[in-house]
Every structure is written in C-alpha cells, then in structure tokens.
Design a protein around this ligand. Structure first.
Ligand code: NAD
Length: 246
C-alpha cells in the first residue's frame, strides 16, 4: 500500500532506540524526510547513520518543555517545516501509589504530558496554516488499564490523552489529525530494564512481546494519506493483553 507521504517532513522524539526508532525507520521507508532526537549526541548520531536517507540527528532533552519546543524548532529549521510529529519520550520510573511522591508525579507529568503539549504547541499551528498535518503520540496501554507499578506514568498518560482528544477536535477542520498509539509490552531497552521479557511474554495472549519495527509501521499508517479520516483516537498495540471493551 502506498501511504502517500513521500516527501513529507517528520520530527520523531526520543528515537535513538526503541519505539521512536521503529517509527522513524517506518517513516524513512515511506520516503519521509525525518529528524530524530535524544539526549546523547553520540547515540543520536549513530541512530541517524543507521537510518541513512539524510535523517537529521538533534540533541534534545524532552523531560523539560524548553527541550521539547527546541527540538521541533531545530527540526523545522533543518527540514524547512514539520508536517508529521511523533510525540515520544522515555518513560517515568516504576512506582506504586504508595512509593510515588509528589515530585515523582511532577516529573512524570513533565516528561509524559507537558513535553507532548510543548511539542504540539510548536508544531501544530504551522500544520494548520498549511492545511495538512499528522500528530501521533506514543503513550501506553496504561491509558486503557492503569498499570499498578507505573502510577506516575499511568496518571500522566491519561492526562495527555485528554489533551490530544481536545487538540484533535480543534485541528480537524484544518486537515490535521491527532492520534495516539498505546503500546503494550514491546522488546525495547525500557522493558528489558523493567523485567524479564520471557516471563512478560507469558502474560500476553498472543504469546510474544511486540516488536518496535512492527509498532513503527502502525505509527506510519496513522501518518498516512489514507488515514485522513482517523482522528482523536488511540490505537492499542498489545497482543490482546488489555481486556476492557473500550
Ligand atoms: P526506550 O527506553 O527503549 O527508548 C527510549 C528512547 O528515548 C531512547 O532513544 C532514549 O535515548 C530516549 N529518551 C529517553 N528519555 C529522553 C528524554 N528525556 N529526552 C529525549 N530522549 C529521551 O523506551 P521505549 O520502550 O521505546 O518506550 C517509548 C515510550 O513508550 C515511553 O514513553 C515508554 O514509557 C512507552 N511505553 C513503552 C512500552 C514498551 O513495551 N516498550 C510499553 C508501554 C509504554
């Protein structure tokens, strides 16, 4: 299927590895011109070299809103504009309600909610002016089914999902779609750090954990031309792990 986005320009956050890298890879394969960021210069350069096709490496820390705004500005400068924004950042550390203090909630909101707001505030007005744009935020299956050992993350993801829904409604008349993709367990550095992958796979009805490359293709589809009527929604990619109906 031709996704119809060759030549479009994308900024993909937190993409030296993991789900962000998977999204960047899938967009590059569609002929999209891509800028990626992470905090470490050597790692983001290495990722851009692996992706090839003129991918632009940018050093930015998305745990603060200045870093998020600066990333989109730098991407706009390097690419001449941004038509596609993949709002992604690292995830907050684990913690139950009992072990998560107020500062940890503040940090989680900054990383997983306000950074997305800042990315969108910088990128979306120009998309709306041009009459075409795609925003895809990488959130978590915790939006559907809060994860007890990720209290800060689950709360922040719910907040950002509400923001994205309102933005989708406001931007829809201008040809800009706004969606999220909600990962369940995927084999990335984050999940390896949180626990044992083989053991984790046993909790997934599909019997295996997800692959960042497959996940990236779902993101790319939401950025596509044929997806123009999909907005304000969240796509769960979790091998059947969430059992709720909504
Ligand atoms: P990861 O830790 O494997 O990779 C994260 C990437 O983000 C790396 O490139 C890292 O360098 C970069 N990064 C981290 N903090 C950053 C910051 N402050 N500023 C800029 N770059 C930063 O993570 P992942 O598994 O790819 O997850 C991506 C997102 O999806 C996270 O928000 C995570 O919580 C969420 N998520 C992942 C899974 C999963 O199974 N992998 C499940 C649910 C939710």
């Amino acid at each position: 299927m031709d996704l119809g986005i060759a030549g479009r320009r994308a900024a993909v956050g937190a993409a030296s590895t993991g789900l962000g890298y998977g999204a960047a890879e899938a967009l590059v394969a569609e002929g999209v011109r891509v800028a990626i960021c992470s905090r470490d210069e050597a790692r983001i350069r290495e990722a851009a070299e692996r992706l090839g096709n003129g991918v632009v490496p940018i050093v930015a820390d998305l745990s603060n809103t200045d870093g998020a705004t600066g990333f989109v500005r730098d991407a706009e400068r390097a690419l001449g504009g941004v038509d596609i924004l993949v709002a992604n950042a690292g995830g907050p550390p684990p913690g139950s309600v009992d072990s998560t203090d107020l500062d940890a909630y503040r940090a989680a909101l900054e990383l997983s909610m306000l950074s997305t707001v800042a990315l969108c505030r910088q990128a979306v007005p120009a998309m709306r002016e041009r009459g075409w744009g795609r925003v895809v935020a990488i959130t978590s299956s915790g939006v559907r089914q809060p994860i007890r050992f990720l209290a800060g993350s689950s709360a922040a993801r719910a907040a950002v999902t509400s923001y994205l829904k309102i933005l989708a409604t406001e931007a829809a008349p201008d040809g800009v779609t706004v969606n999220s993709v909600q990962p369940g367990l995927h084999a990335t550095d984050r999940i390896r750090a949180l626990g044992n992958l083989e053991q984790a796979a046993r909790s997934v009805p599909a019997g295996f954990v997800g692959d960042a490359g497959d996940f990236g293709k779902v993101v790319a589809f939401l950025c596509s031309e044929p997806a123009r009527f999909i907005t304000g929604t969240g796509v769960l990619v979790d091998g059947g792990a969430c059992v709720g109906l909504l």
